[in-house]
Design a protein around this ligand. Structure first.
Ligand code: ADQ
Length: 464
């Protein structure tokens, strides 16, 4: 690499995707996403480096410059991808950290791969960072990196942010490698969580598992190193989304969508990665029952659900996909007219512009995860929907529920309760819906992704 960086982001994936043109030439394009949008300007300003996997197994890619910052690809073998990423990250940690809504699997080989890959990321960061640089490690795939990095480079200022929930102590203690993970995280000067409950779970665990001195949010790890744990709720580029939703292109696309859907009177919308934490089974059943019971009328109402393909080789995700196909097929075969399905379901990713068009036309946005670190979809809807009485139905178990208090809150495990709230959101007087929406818009305007990054990095820089 040409020069050492004073600001380094370490994440499982790079912020760029490789695009190969028909003539075989290779280009790298910025991949969309809240994290990338937030951190790119910071990196450019600070002369940063982004360390992450480039998305192709068994392949070495040399570091390169992109949009004014350095991109440092970390290689993964096909076996490591299976064991570290699909295995330990997504079949052990992901379900364990999400209230065990699916059964976590514990395999020693997966753990070994997790350690090996975390060390590789730590070494790459140590090599890229300038003297006294700030390194910001992201998410559950890399929880050992802070401590490994501190050992390699005690001069660095290390931050860590967990994008998913930090589980209650009773669940975390199942993990055979609980002490190692705890020590890994404590290597950071600042550990960030989505909600105060995550930080509290973590500090309780530290108190119980280690003999370390904990004072409020500060753990004295060694004589010379303390680690602070706090909540930093992540957000979106609110203005960017609002502006996008108001472009003539998006307005035209939303009109085309309405036409395609046959101008229904009411549109319920669900937008998720296809993941068992998102509560799709419960949501679809609740919507199906409302149609079956005649509370919703397929001639007037439609439920549009889009789900991005995700982790498709992991067993639990394959099962989920089949379950959803079956459920939607069954409901549509029983209710609705020919050419007028009650549920319109697409298993696909869409460009951001299309997402904005969907948010524009949705009367009731249905966000009902069983557990979610934050949930950006809820905030994107609030930013994009014009204030004409749209309604957000939001699970109590999404981190976003702590901020978006004016949403129609639901317990996604309570099907009858959820059905009642869905109907309330659809039928409340316009004034009541507008009042809620105004409060929600105020919230997402006041708390953007820039605030999130500034708050975290400001605190990290200010620690003594
Ligand atoms: P995710 O679990 O991926 O993120 P979420 O916060 O909702 O969940 O973000 C999903 C993103 O993907 C949104 O920006 C959304 O627009 C986009 N998306 C979803 N479906 C799509 C589709 N069909 N087509 C195109 N785009 C689609 C993790 C945690 C969350 C946390 C975020 C950020 O699980 O709790 O909010 O990280 O920290």
């Amino acid at each position: 690499m040409s020069q050492l960086a004073s600001f380094v982001v370490v994440a499982n994936r790079l912020p760029v995707d490789r695009v190969t043109a028909s003539d075989g030439s290779v280009d790298w394009r910025t991949s969309p996403g809240g994290l990338v949008t937030a951190l790119e300007p910071v990196m450019r300003q600070r002369g940063g480096a982004w360390i992450g996997w480039h998305g192709a197994a068994d392949e070495q890619v040399a570091p390169f410059e992109h949009d004014g910052y350095s991109v440092v690809p970390v290689p993964l073998s096909a076996a490591e991808y299976e064991e570290y990423y699909e295995g330990f990250s997504n079949a052990t940690l992901w379900p364990l950290y999400h209230d065990t809504v699916a059964f976590p699997e514990f395999h020693r080989e997966w753990w070994d791969a997790y350690v090996t890959v975390n060390r590789r990321f730590a070494e790459a960061a140590a090599e890229a960072a300038d003297e006294g640089a700030t390194v910001w490690v992201q998410d559950y795939q890399l929880q050992l990196v802070p401590q490994m990095l501190r050992e390699l480079r005690p001069d660095l200022r290390v931050g860590f942010f967990l994008h998913i929930p930090f589980p209650p102590i009773e669940l975390f203690l199942q993990l055979p490698w609980r002490t190692e993970i705890l020590e890994g995280l404590l290597g950071a000067d600042l550990v960030g969580f989505q909600v105060p409950g995550g930080a509290a779970n973590f500090l309780r665990l530290v108190r119980r598992q280690t003999g370390l001195k904990v004072e409020r949010d500060r753990v004295q790890v060694t004589d010379s190193h303390a680690s602070v744990s706090r909540a930093y709720p992540i957000s979106i580029d609110t203005q960017g989304f609002a502006d996008l939703a108001n472009t003539p292109e998006v307005i035209a696309e939303s009109e085309a969508l309405l036409e395609e859907l046959g101008h229904p009177k009411r549109i319920f919308l669900g937008v998720d990665r296809l993941d068992y934490t998102k509560g799709l089974r419960q949501r679809i059943r609740a919507m199906g029952e409302l149609f079956e019971e005649g509370k919703l009328n397929p001639a007037e109402d439609v439920f549009l659900q889009v789900a991005t393909p995700s982790r498709e080789r992991v067993e639990e995700y394959k099962r989920l996909r089949d379950d959803i196909d079956l459920l939607v097929g069954r409901i549509n075969s029983e209710v609705g007219g020919i050419g007028r399905p009650a549920i319109v379901y697409r298993h696909a990713g869409f460009p951001r512009q299309t997402m904005a068009a969907m948010y524009r036309i949705a009367d009731v946005m249905v966000v009902t995860p069983l557990r979610d670190g934050m949930n950006l979809v809820a905030k994107e809807y609030v930013a994009c929907h014009p204030n004409t009485g749209g309604a957000l139905v939001l699970s109590e178990f999404a981190g976003a529920a702590l901020e978006l208090k004016q949403a129609y809150l639901v317990n996604p495990y309570d099907l009858n309760g959820m059905k009642a709230v869905l109907m309330q959101a659809a039928t409340d007087p316009l004034k009541a819906r507008e009042r809620r929406m105004r409060a929600l818009k105020k919230q997402v305007k006041a708390n953007t992704i820039d605030h999130w990054a500034d708050a975290f990095l400001g605190d990290l820089a200010g620690l003594d």
